[in-house]
Design a protein around this ligand. Structure first.
Ligand code: MF3
Ligand code: CO
Ligand code: CO
Length: 287
């Protein structure tokens, strides 16, 4: 997630990573890079690996497991694939995944605490394959999924899909944000404002900021060759977050449960190409 709104001024972690990189190739007037048709293959390779790692980690999530053990397994999977973790060493971050449990919104740091029955968690993995970035996250449950959490996870997943359905040339980023926000609020849940999706490709975080709320017809117009993430964070309670003293872990201020799903996508001539589809069809909490 990139930081948006007031957070952007508090901390500049995810301002566009490398100006030089994002100046390569064709750029729109909004500074969004337009990739070439031949670049989609690289994104598919990276996206598929990130998604496969999220498939393969599922059996390792259970009550009594630690999040640092999950992260260790992910580190090994990245290495075994001959790929590179995009997050190890990224702005001081030291792990191959972010693992965000219960009221942690995003950027949870893997650690020695054990999961308990009914905990819900987001696991977020970004890998680099031949210079291309694949960034995806989904929700998991340790043990039995509580009913309230199940609703939150379902709405968050479906909100991401609503956003993805708006991806085609001529629509705007506001259309994506609006579709997500309208869906989430219709279910009386809230969209986190402090973090957003981001352009990616041969860099991790690039323009634009992909907001998960907004008004139809506003924002930059989508064009063929744009690559970006959509990664809504949804809270059962209020949308406000705060970042803990470790300077990474973002939690809901009201301690309500939070969920998130993330895909990396590309705009095609007539729609969307999802780079991070689950090879095993497991992009869902019930797996
Ligand atoms: N994968 C996260 C995203 O969706 C970013 C994690 S950066 C880290 O953008 F340094 F916290 F790992
Ligand atoms: Co992302
Ligand atoms: Co991510």
């Amino acid at each position: 997630m990139a930081l948006t709104g007031p957070m952007q001024y508090l901390k500049r972690k995810f301002r566009s990573d490398s100006l030089k990189e994002s100046l390569k190739g064709r750029l729109t007037k909004d500074g969004i890079r337009l990739y070439e048709p031949g670049d989609f293959a690289g994104m598919h390779a990276a996206g598929a690996l990130a998604a496969r790692i999220l498939d393969d980690i599922a059996p390792h999530v259970f009550p009594g497991q630690t999040t640092e053990e999950i992260d260790r397994l992910i580190t090994d999977m990245v290495e075994a694939a001959g790929a590179t973790s995009a997050t190890i060493g990224y702005k001081g971050y030291q792990h191959a995944s972010c693992i965000s449990v219960n009221h942690v919104v995003c950027h949870g740091i893997p650690g020695p605490k054990t999961l308990k029955d009914g905990d819900i968690l987001n696991i977020d993995v970004t890998v680099i394959v031949d210079g291309w970035y694949g960034d995806t996250s989904r929700m998991y449950v340790a043990g039995k999924l509580p009913r309230k959490a199940e609703r939150l996870i379902q709405v968050t997943h479906d909100a991401l899909i609503k956003g993805i359905e708006m991806v085609k040339p001529g629509n705007t980023f506001g259309d994506i944000g609006h579709a997500i926000q309208a869906y989430v609020e219709a279910h009386r849940m809230s969209v986190v404002r402090d973090f957003c999706g981001h352009g990616l490709g041969q860099v991790f975080h690039a323009p634009p900021n992909v907001l998960h709320y907004g008004r139809p017809g506003t924002g930059a117009v989508l064009e063929e060759g744009m690559f970006f993430t959509i990664e809504p964070m949804v809270n059962l309670g209020r949308p406000e977050t705060k970042t803990l003293a470790d300077e990474w872990t973002a939690v809901t201020r009201d301690k309500s449960l939070s969920a998130q799903f993330e895909h990396s996508v590309g705009v095609t001539a007539d729609g969307v190409d999802i780079f991070t589809l689950s090879p095993g069809g497991k992009f869902h909490p019930t797996y």
